[in-house]
Design a protein around this ligand. Structure first.
Ligand code: SAM
Ligand code: SF4
Ligand code: FES
Length: 350
């Protein structure tokens, strides 16, 4: 126990200077006594810098085929117990059109690392969706810089690539065949190419420490990321980590809340995995510093097949149902739905 006075001092410093030393972050993460104070401070900072509005991004999970083999993920290539699918480009574009009809001004195109979506195909899809006057976020994994550059030139606005963990040794153990340096290289390239940069981490990975979570938060700050998505690791029995304990909702929202204190003007989603562990997860996350939700607009059976982990929410729901569900939840806590594209509004921090 560090004592509530110490906790109060650290939170006050974070709230007013948006800087913390690693030891202070470790103190906040370790001491549950201060949780409600951290959450309340994150809510205040969020309201001050990004306001009351919540940005909705329509999520299209367009392929569950992946050449990578991350030990935690249900889409890993060695998982034979998942029926694989990929949407064709016209179906993806139609899905974006549907997202547009719900008033979503951004689509997030997410998939496994599926090389059949080659550069020309992705550029075609990006061009077509830009004709709908929507912002585009890509979340399709590691690519060479030249490929990112072409996506950017075609009109893609944002890119989500979680670093997953800044513990290099842990990353390379859990993501066999992948290199932490290459992941970090991707993030630097994306930033330099002018994408809004999204990254983030998993919480509760087997072997992860509180100190490494503190490093993750400091890494987000160093990168000056524009979006940070964090979520609990949820064990999937079809993976080698199937018997490991899940990460927790409370620690996930605490990492998120401290991230809000240190990066006050960025976009932070209330993530699907949070609500998969807690039925009120996204609403609580919105009250602990988040300001974005990514409702699923994937159609039909494909939602069920994009099974990263068990208990994923919305897998039996339609895009229309998710739209009314999430807007209802947002209004129920006195927040409003943004009508804009939801770009980061960089602000002088005070
Ligand atoms: N393939 C791309 C990539 O890895 O960046 C994008 C899709 S991947 C499914 C999106 C995110 O899902 C990953 O960054 C990872 O953090 C998350 N994820 C995968 N397996 C998970 C699990 N078992 N529990 C929680 N999140 C998981
Ligand atoms: Fe593939 Fe991404 Fe899953 Fe890793 S996390 S197996 S790269 S879909
Ligand atoms: Fe999909 Fe609530 S957002 S059912």
């Amino acid at each position: 126990m560090s004592g509530i006075k110490t906790i109060n001092d650290i939170i006050s410093r974070a709230e007013h200077t948006h800087c913390l030393e690693k030891e202070n972050i470790i103190t906040l993460l370790s001491d549950e006594e201060g949780d409600e104070l951290v959450f309340a401070a994150a809510d205040r900072v969020g309201k001050k810098y990004v306001g009351n509005e919540v940005h909705l991004r329509g999520l299209i999970e367009f392929s569950n085929i992946c050449k990578q083999n991350c030990l935690y993920c249900g889409l890993r290539r060695d998982n034979r117990n998942v029926k694989r699918y990929r949407l064709d480009p016209e179906a993806i574009i139609a899905s974006a059109g549907q997202a547009n009809s719900y008033g979503y001004r951004t689509v997030v195109l997410q998939s496994g690392e599926d090389d059949s979506f080659d550069l020309d195909t992705m550029v075609y899809i990006i061009h077509k969706i830009k004709e709908l006057d929507m912002a585009i976020t890509l979340s399709i994994g590691e690519k060479p810089r030249e490929v990112y550059q072409k996506y950017r030139e075609a009109g893609a606005d944002r890119y989500l690539l979680r670093i997953e963990t800044t513990d290099r040794e842990l990353y390379e153990r859990l993501d066999p065949g992948m290199s932490w340096d290459n992941r970090a290289r991707c993030l630097c390239d994306l930033k330099e190419l002018g994408f809004e940069l999204g990254t983030g981490c998993l919480i509760g990975l087997p072997g992860q420490t509180i100190a490494s979570l503190a490093d993750d938060i400091l890494f987000f700050k160093k990168m000056d990321a524009d979006m940070i998505g964090v979520g609990p690791f949820i064990a999937n029995k079809e993976t080698p980590l199937g018997k490991e304990p899940n990460g927790t909702f409370e620690l996930s929202t605490k990492v998120m809340a401290i991230t809000r204190l240190l990066l006050p003007d960025i976009n932070i989603p209330a993530t699907t995995a949070m609500e998969s562990l807690n039925p009120d997860g996204r609403v609580l996350a919105l009250q602990r510093g988040a300001n974005v939700v990514m409702p699923n607009v994937t159609e039909g059976e494909y939602r069920q097949l994009y099974q990263l982990y068990p208990g994923k929410i919305c897998i039996n729901d339609t895009p229309a149902h998710c739209h009314s569900c999430i807007t209802g939840k947002i209004h129920s806590i006195g927040r409003t739905v943004s009508q804009g594209y939801g770009y980061r509004q960089k602000q002088a921090v005070s």
